[in-house]
Design a protein around this ligand. Structure first.
Ligand code: FAD
Length: 474
């Protein structure tokens, strides 16, 4: 059999059901279809690097990657015709845009002679398999997690060891350098220093975390200065790493005594699963709040506030450190992600979808399910979300989770010489302390763009307006 394997956000060889099945059925043509958007994002940079790595891996297996551009259904059906392929295999995705691509492909008459098969997405379980006793999708994480723990997670599938081709000359491909995934301006230099995308990079990164830090995950995960989390999200978002393989590796590490109690880490993997699960069952949540009363929320149009937030110039050191970390490294520690998102939504009353959009452009680990649910969780508009009236105080969060200020000093060097006691709130430091530390408020570092107490009352007033309202009510 001659099978086209369509690579998507599964840029790896291990536990790749579509590739494995195709390789066992005969000849394989691996294909990637480029996204159709205009300016490259940080996640596109990750995909670019992953494809570079995948090309090399496929070459070593005796194969080659064909890169195409255009609506997937159109270019894949054309390719199938030109190459006289018998089959087209791919792993499914759960986000609405990708699912639409799948439907378009399956509906194409031109492919009627071709055996099209969809294999499971990069999830622990089939999202339609877990339901409440009443047969409904879970809406509460606790119940979902309990049910997940009772399931058997399928074992990952081994990578193929060789790939047979049916070509002397491969179909025309777009060279990676011309893919448009990388910006022509050199803004990704800091990402290059920070990350090694691709399957091999993911294995090395995981092994390092497993051996040195998994054991301390629960104790350190909330402190951004401690490098206590895995930083695997980029590898998972692009599919460099299979979630099932990761799950079983964690269990192995537990059995081998490397990390005797990995439940806190597994629980975070379950949050990822829950986000994918919710996006699968409620596909319009990338645009719509899960709680309909939030459709009426009186968001503000505050371009100055938004710009200060994006640049890390709000006058709240923890918020600013997070937004600068995002710009430099393409990621933010989870605790700080919650704080910056809360600041945008509750202190500035800016619509969470605007923040989610900025994250989609700047995160290397951008993942439509985790990002959407993360923002809806902070906004309070998700099913099992933080209640809206629980408003993070960024200064208290800073004192609690970055007490000695190592994280803030790293990302806001202009505040580094301030004593710990004023680092979290430079605006209350006495003039002589500021002078001594070389800080000139309003010049070297901004004044707070909003006062916390005033912002808090304003947010609560806005919430009172929608409280108790349901969709359709004025
Ligand atoms: P670890 O703590 O080591 O966790 C391991 C893995 O579990 C992560 O790599 C991730 O895949 C998953 N995970 C951990 N926490 C969560 C969570 N709260 N929700 C879902 N999955 C989780 N994560 C993304 O992968 N992409 C995003 O675009 C994204 N956007 C977010 C936006 C907001 C506003 C918030 C609050 C969270 C967002 N998250 C996102 C979730 C979380 O912040 C990151 O997954 C985590 O910070 C990644 O760091 P890590 O790999 O070191 O995580």
């Amino acid at each position: 059999m001659k099978t086209i394997v369509w690579f998507r956000n599964d840029l790896r060889l291990h536990d790749h059901p579509a590739l494995k099945e195709a390789s066992e059925c005969g000849h394989v043509l691996p294909v990637f279809v480029l996204p159709d958007h205009t300016s490259p994002t940080a996640a596109d940079w990750w995909v670019y690097e992953s494809l570079k790595h995948l090309e090399q891996q496929l070459f070593e297996l005796g194969s080659a990657l064909t890169i195409l551009k255009g609506p997937a259904s159109k270019v894949l059906s054309k390719l199938a015709k030109e190459t006289q392929a018998d089959a087209l295999f791919f792993n499914g995705q759960v986000d609405p845009v990708s699912r639409k691509e799948e439907v378009d492909l399956l509906e194409l008459e031109a492919l009627s002679e071709v055996d099209i098969q969809r294999f499971p997405p990069n999830m622990l379980l089939d999202p339609s398999s877990l339901k409440t006793g009443a047969g409904q999708p879970y809406k509460v994480f606790g119940a979902f997690w309990k049910s997940l723990q009772q399931q058997t997670i399928p074992w990952p599938i081994a990578a193929p060891t060789t790939l047979k081709s049916w070509f002397q000359v491969y179909p025309a491909t777009i060279p990676l350098e011309q893919s448009g995934l990388r910006s022509s301006i050199d803004w990704d230099a800091s990402l290059q220093e920070e990350w090694t995308p691709g399957e091999t990079g993911s294995f090395e990164h995981w092994a390092n975390f497993r051996d040195k830090r998994l054991k301390y995950y629960d104790a350190k995960r909330d402190f951004p200065a401690l490098n206590g989390t895995s930083r695997l999200s980029g590898f998972l978002a692009s599919g460099n790493m299979s979630i099932r393989a990761l799950w079983h590796s964690v269990r192995n590490a537990q059995e081998e005594g490397i990390a005797p109690q990995p439940e806190a880490f597994l629980r975070q993997l379950a949050w990822r699963e829950f986000s994918y699960y919710q996006l699968f069952h409620f596909p319009d949540i990338t645009e719509r709040p899960l709680r309909s009363e939030f459709l009426q929320f009186p968001w503000l149009d505050d371009s100055e506030g938004l710009s200060a937030w994006k640049k890390g110039m709000t006058g709240y050191p923890l918020v600013d450190a997070g937004m600068r970390e995002l710009w430099e490294t393409g990621t933010i520690h989870n605790r700080v992600r919650m704080v910056v998102a809360s600041f945008l939504i509750k202190h500035l009353l800016i619509d969470w979808r605007i923040g989610a959009q900025w994250f989609s452009e700047t995160l290397v680990d951008f993942d439509v399910a985790n990002n959407t649910l993360g923002w809806q969780w902070v906004a309070g508009s998700g099913f099992d979300a933080a209640p809206y009236f629980r408003i993070f105080n960024p200064t208290m969060q800073s004192k609690k989770f970055d007490k000695q200020g190592a994280y803030i000093r790293r990302w806001i060097p202009e505040l580094a010489a301030l004593p710990d006691v004023f680092l979290h709130e430079p605006h209350i430091a006495p003039e002589e302390v500021l002078v001594e530390a070389g800080v000139v408020l309003g010049e070297t570092y901004p004044y707070q763009i909003v006062d916390h107490s005033a912002a808090r009352s304003r947010a609560l007033d806005a919430y009172a307006l929608i409280k108790g309202r349901k969709e359709g009510q004025a």
